[in-house]
Design a protein around this ligand. Structure first.
Ligand code: GTP
Ligand code: SPV
Ligand code: MN
Length: 588
């Protein structure tokens, strides 16, 4: 426990508000966690899975109306509305506190308040930041214990400092109409009510490590990004690090854990996972950009994860993992999801807990946004630098999204500012990771649309300024698109492990080892420079997905023009100039 007065006072105030029966301080011990696991199993909140096949694993089902992030009910409560900007919902802080406190009042009655001290980033790392989450959910305690570094050590490092993020989570009645995820960046505070779903309630993740941290990064001169971090090792044993920002459910976990195609493996290429969702990046003493993964586990999309697409992720989930909203196989008390294998269980329950037969049912068994929460240490390809508090030096930043057309397989920006432009115009088809329509193209700058804790125009400016500070040590910036479709709606590029072929080109560009062709949007590979060895894929098909179609891009430019209008005079002049250059290039 702690003697920190700012902590004790705040907990005391929250206790008076929510009125729990008991308070339990989470100390990070296995003993305490086991006690909570047993309790959760006795109430049905968790189901213990087959100890032989899935040791230490549990199944949890959320409420049927509570299966994804709720962007429409997520608020940035800065004092001035302008500081939240045009892409965030805003509420005046005092009004928000009042509304939330009315909802939270007495909501822990008959329940236990769990106090979770956690560190985002290796404890004691100069990058790391501390948070305290109060919750009335054992599921949250168990997930936070996997996703973050929890326990007594955190209090020691915090000492009597007031620099920590307050998080209050109240399940209440899981009432959709009263569900709010509110952030108070100026108060280092997050309040989440009426949800039990991951991204809404594991407050260290999107709420702190992106929304609050992006604001802190802007103020303190660093960056919090929705990015994976991977190390690519070449046959000489040299490792180059890449970060990549893709919107939710667009392939970060898969790329971070990529297994190289056979030919590459034989030569000695390896991919090491540092992170799969969030990167905190600072300029290091050597002037380069260094990144850590603030998380300690993976909250990954289950459907589609299999022995072929992502064996590393699958192996990571074989022990100590919590599965949420997947199929429960009643024959052997294991789990299943669409795309795991071609053998769905017949005697099973779907994600809602209803009887389900995988052979005859026409309905999906697992929710499309069903997830696994797995410890990073389980991952067969976890990087040796994962616990390194100094982070890893970044050679390339990659943006990407789900685009059926228009965006080529890969291109490189002309320079940093052009790269910021490339990130700012990212667009992607929406997925099941958030509630709302799926498959609609929307602009999602840097994959941060739902996660930027302040005005997106100021965020763009922060990116431009980071580039000025980095100068010629700045990482090179690229854009990829694994999701081009043919006329029958099939993915053209094989993706997954074969994405390494594109990463290889990216690293070669960073090292100045390969030429490229200049197009209206930036540098595109010569098809001959992407290695297709061992792949049944013709160079003409490759050319077709590398093509930059100026008519399509002219339409794109109109869409960007329209999108940029939102930001008014907060749009950095550098980006306005970039758009003018794009338009001029397209007319050439
Ligand atoms: P969040 O955890 O929501 O941030 O998602 P993520 O970006 O980590 O996405 P993830 O890697 O879990 O992939 C989401 C979906 O995209 C899964 O259904 C994958 O099978 C699919 N996917 C990932 N990589 C590729 C690829 O290279 N090609 C194709 N066609 N699909 C892919
Ligand atoms: C995402 O939606 O980008 C996720 C899952 O990584 S959640 O934690 O729900 O945000
Ligand atoms: Mn994510």
């Amino acid at each position: 426990m702690t003697k920190n007065e700012s902590v004790l006072n705040w907990i005391e105030n929250m206790k008076k508000l929510v009125n729990p029966d008991k308070v339990m301080w989470i100390d990070g011990s296995e003993e305490q966690l086991n006690q909570l696991r047993a309790e959760a199993c006795s109430t049905g909140e968790m189901i213990k899975l087959n100890e032989e096949k899935l040791p230490g694993c549990y199944l949890h089902r959320t409420a049927v109306n509570d299966v994804a992030r709720v962007e429409g009910r997520t608020y940035i409560c800065s004092r001035k509305e302008e500081d939240a900007g045009p892409t965030n919902n805003w509420m005046e802080p005092q009004a928000a506190y009042k509304m939330l406190f009315d909802i939270a009042k007495d909501s822990y009655k008959g329940r236990t308040m769990y106090v979770i001290p956690y560190s985002m980033g290796p404890i004691g790392s100069p990058f790391a930041k501390i948070g305290v989450e109060l919750t009335d959910s054992i599921y949250v305690v168990m997930n936070m214990s996997i996703m973050t570094r929890v326990g007594e050590k955190v209090w020691e490092v915090l000492g009597d400092s007031n620099d920590w993020v307050r998080g209050l989570h109240c399940k209440c009645n899981i009432d959709e109409e009263k569900r709010y995820i509110c952030h108070f960046p100026e108060d280092n505070t997050i309040i989440s009510v009426n949800s039990g779903y991951g991204g809404n309630v594991l407050l260290g993740k999107k709420c702190f490590a992106l929304r609050i941290a992006s604001y802190q990064g802007k103020t303190e001169g660093w960056m919090a990004e929705h990015m994976l971090i991977l190390g690519l090792e070449n046959p000489k044993g040299e490792v180059k690090y890449i970060t990549a920002a893709f919107p939710s459910a667009c392939g970060k976990t898969n790329l971070a854990m990529l297994i190289p195609p056979e030919g590459y493996r034989a030569k000695g290429y390896k991919v090491w996972t540092v992170g799969d969702d969030i990167a905190w990046m600072r300029i290091g003493p050597d002037g380069r950009l260094w990144a850590i993964n603030p998380e300690n586990g993976f909250f990954g999309v289950a459907p589609g994860t299999n022995e072929k697409s992502n064996p590393n992720a699958l192996h990571t989930t074989r022990q100590g993992t919590i599965f949420t909203n997947v199929v429960h196989n009643l024959d052997d008390n294991t789990v299943w999801w669409e795309g795991l294998d071609k053998n769905p269980p017949e005697h099973a329950e779907n994600w809602k807990g209803e009887p389900w037969n995988g052979k005859t049912s026409t309905e999906k068994g697992a929710h499309p946004n069903s997830r696994f929460t797995a410890p990073a240490k389980n991952c067969p390809c976890i990087s040796s630098e994962f616990e390194n508090g100094a982070g890893v030096p970044i050679s390339a930043i990659v943006f990407g999204g789900r685009r059926a057309q228009t965006t080529p397989l890969v291109y490189q920006s002309r320079d940093w500012n052009n790269g910021v432009f490339v990130g700012s115009i990212m667009a992607s088809e929406t997925t099941a990771a958030a509630t709302g329509a799926v498959g609609v193209v929307r602009r999602d700058p840097m994959a941060m649309l739902p996660f930027c804790g302040y005005h997106m125009g100021d965020y763009f400016k922060h990116w431009i300024e980071m580039g000025q500070k980095l100068g010629d040590k700045a990482p090179k910036i690229f854009n990829v698109n694994w999701f081009r479709l043919d006329e029958n709606g099939n993915f053209i590029w094989p993706g997954f492990g074969d994405n390494l072929r594109v990463l290889e080109w990216i690293i070669k560009r960073c090292e100045g080892e390969v030429d490229a062709q200049e197009t209206a949007i930036g540098y595109v590979p010569y098809a001959e420079d992407i290695n297709l060895e061992g792949l049944d894929f013709s160079i003409d098909t490759l050319k077709s997905i590398l093509e930059v179609n100026n008519d399509q891009w002219s339409k794109e430019a109109e869409g960007i023009e329209e999108f940029y209008k939102k930001f008014g005079d907060k749009l950095p002049k550098e980006l306005r100039d970039q758009l003018d250059t794009l338009k001029a290039n397209l007319k050439k």
